[in-house]
Design a protein around this ligand. Structure first.
Ligand code: SAM
Length: 297
């Protein structure tokens, strides 16, 4: 079994965990700003210029619903004209997004368990907009997921996705490793969880893959670098923010030896990352925001 496949399976386990939705909430501080930028770049506001327009929208790999929140904010007052489907592989995520949308006024949304690599229950040519915010890097086969998004988009519909280039905590992670006796002395760059199968963290690779998908209108492909800075203020905030990292440990360390994993186990790795962040609490997050349209014929 390849390391990509194993890492993806570990990620699936992580996202299906009992407390995942609660633990994941803090991650939205990182996934929110790129989600807002993706929505702007996709031009959904101009899609509503026509007074009668009603748009069908899919939030694929929705997690706890950060895209729904960003749409609600961007469309202030017009989101009643969206028919929104939130889909995620993890039933825990779906339950949490259901609770969230139930509390949002004026939004027509439903949430359901959906495998983004095989959306069999969704007919082709259905959605005006299909968004995937940091979903594909968790998929075992991200290109399969990308093709599914193109299939379920209407002709002329817009597909948007974000993918990490660099997680904000990565420098602290490297510092932490260098301080733990018995930890690996070097780490692959990028870390396995950023790669899955493929190189969605690279604009040129992403463009080339898109150009090979039939029905992608190559002239409309737009890939923009996005970065933003986050300040974490004290140990308590840093600890809360890094809490989910503990659960991701298996994904990052899959290729390490038993001894190396042991050296970083029992919370030592997370604690060392927290310490490095106390010393340098400014996190810079970098991602690629990609939008394109499906051909009209
Ligand atoms: C990094 S989270 C992103 C969540 C959310 N879109 C956000 O930006 O905060 C990745 C999400 O992908 C979901 N996921 C993983 N594999 C999936 C698949 N095959 N189909 C649908 N969702 C999947 C996970 O359950 C998780 O909620």
């Amino acid at each position: 079994m390849s390391s990509d496949t194993t890492a993806a399976q570990d990620l699936n386990k992580f996202f299906a965990g009992k407390d995942i939705a609660k633990n994941y909430e803090s991650a939205e501080r990182a996934t929110g700003p790129p989600a807002e930028a993706m929505i702007r770049q996709a031009g959904i506001l101009s899609g509503l210029d026509n007074e009668d327009a009603e748009l069908e929208v899919l939030d694929n790999a929705c997690g706890t619903g950060v895209v729904v929140v960003a749409l609600h904010k961007a469309l202030a007052g017009k989101d009643g004209r969206l028919k929104l489907v939130c889909g995620d592989f993890s039933p825990q995520m779906v339950e949490s997004v259901k609770e969230r949308i139930a509390q949002m006024e004026g939004i027509d949304a439903e949430a359901r368990v959906l495998d983004g690599q095989a959306m069999d229950m969704i007919a082709a040519d259905h959605f005006d907009y299909v968004f995937t915010n940091f979903g594909f890097q968790s998929f075992p086969e991200p290109l399969k997921g990308l093709r599914e998004c193109v299939r379920v988009a209407k002709p002329g519909g817009t597909i948007g996705m974000t993918n990490w280039v660099k997680a904000g905590w990565l420098p602290a992670f490297r510092v932490a490793i260098s301080r733990i006796p018995g930890a690996p002395t070097s780490l692959p760059d990028p870390l396995p969880f950023m790669t899955r199968t493929g190189r969605l963290f690279e604009a040129s690779w992403t463009r080339q893959q898109l150009q090979e998908i039939p029905d992608v209108d190559a002239a409309t492909i737009q890939i923009e670098e996005h970065s933003f800075t986050m300040e974490l203020k004290d140990r308590e905030e840093i600890r809360a923010f890094m809490q989910p990292l503990e659960g991701l440990f298996d994904v990052f360390t899959w290729q390490w030896s038993e001894d190396e994993r042991k050296a970083c186990g029992e919370g030592r790795l997370v604690e060392a990352v927290v310490q490095a962040l106390i010393e340098e609490p400014t996190l810079v997050w970098e991602s690629l925001i990609t939008t394109f349209r499906k051909t009209t014929s």
